[in-house]
Design a protein around this ligand. Structure first.
Ligand code: AMP
Length: 190
C-alpha cells in the first residue's frame, strides 16, 4: 500500500508518518528530509536550494521529482511508501500518478491532517527549540502556511475526485490521531 500524508507545516505529518512506518512496515519518503540532507552535505543541489527553503518557498518540481523517482523505482520500496510532503501542488500530484504508473504502482489513501494557522505557529516554535530547523521561525512558518494554502485546494479536489481523500482533525492528540489513522488503514487493507 502507498499512502500520501498531506497537511500544512507543523500538522504532524512527520510524527504520524513514523508511527505508520513502524506499525505497517512502510518506508517514509520525506522530500523535506531529503532536501535538508542535501543542504547538510553541502552538495551542489544543497547550495542551490538552501535560500529557497529558508524563505518558505517551494523548490522546483523537477528537483523534487528526481528525488522521489529514485525512491519509487527502487524495488525494495515497491508498494510500501508513505509520501510525506509530496505532492504539494496539483502538478506534483499529477506527476506522482505518472511516476507510480510507470513503476506499476498507485496511491491507496491520501490522509489530510487539518490544523489551524494558530496551531501551526505554536507547534513550529516548539519544534524550533527542539530540532533547530532553519525554516522554523514564526515569519517563515506563516509564509509556509500560506504557500500550502495557495496550492492545497487543487490538490485536495484532485484526490477527492478519485475518492482517495480521508480528512483527519490534526488538532487532537498524537495518540488520538494515530488511532484514527490506524482505523482508516485497517479498513482499506480489509
Ligand atoms: P517540509 O519538511 O515538508 O516542511 O519541507 C520543508 C521545505 O522543503 C519546504 O518549505 C520546501 O521549501 C521544500 N520542499 C519539501 N517538499 C517539497 C515539495 N514536494 N515541493 C517543493 N518543495 C518542497
Amino acid at each position: 500500500m502507498n499512502i500520501v500524508i498531506f497537511g500544512p507545516p507543523g500538522a504532524g505529518k512527520g510524527t504520524q508518518s513514523k508511527f505508520i512506518v513502524d506499525k505497517y512496515n512502510l518506508y517514509q519518503l520525506s522530500t523535506g528530509d531529503l532536501l535538508r540532507n542535501e543542504i547538510k552535505n553541502k552538495s551542489s543541489l544543497g547550495n542551490k536550494i538552501s535560500s529557497i527553503m529558508n524563505s518558505g518557498e517551494l523548490v522546483s518540481d523537477e528537483i523534487v521529482s528526481n528525488l522521489i523517482e529514485k525512491f519509487i523505482s527502487n524495488k525494495d520500496y515497491k508498494d510500501k511508501i508513505i509520501f510525506d510532503g509530496y505532492p504539494r501542488t496539483i502538478s506534483q500530484a499529477k506527476n506522482l500518478d505518472i511516476l507510480l504508473n510507470k513503476y506499476n504502482q498507485k496511491i491507496n489513501i491520501v490522509l489530510k491532517l487539518s490544523v489551524s494557522l494558530e496551531t501551526v505557529k505554536k507547534r513550529i516554535l516548539t519544534r524550533q527549540s527542539e530540532e533547530k530547523r532553519a525554516d522554523d521561525n514564526e515569519q517563515v512558518a506563516i509564509k509556509r502556511f500560506k504557500t500550502y494554502e495557495d496550492a492545497s485546494k487543487n490538490v485536495i479536489n484532485y484526490y477527492n475526485q478519485s475518492n482517495l481523500l480521508k480528512v483527519i482533525n490534526g488538532e487532537t492528540s498524537i495518540t488520538e490521531i494515530n488511532t484514527e489513522i490506524s482505523g482508516i488503514i485497517d479498513a482499506i487493507k480489509g
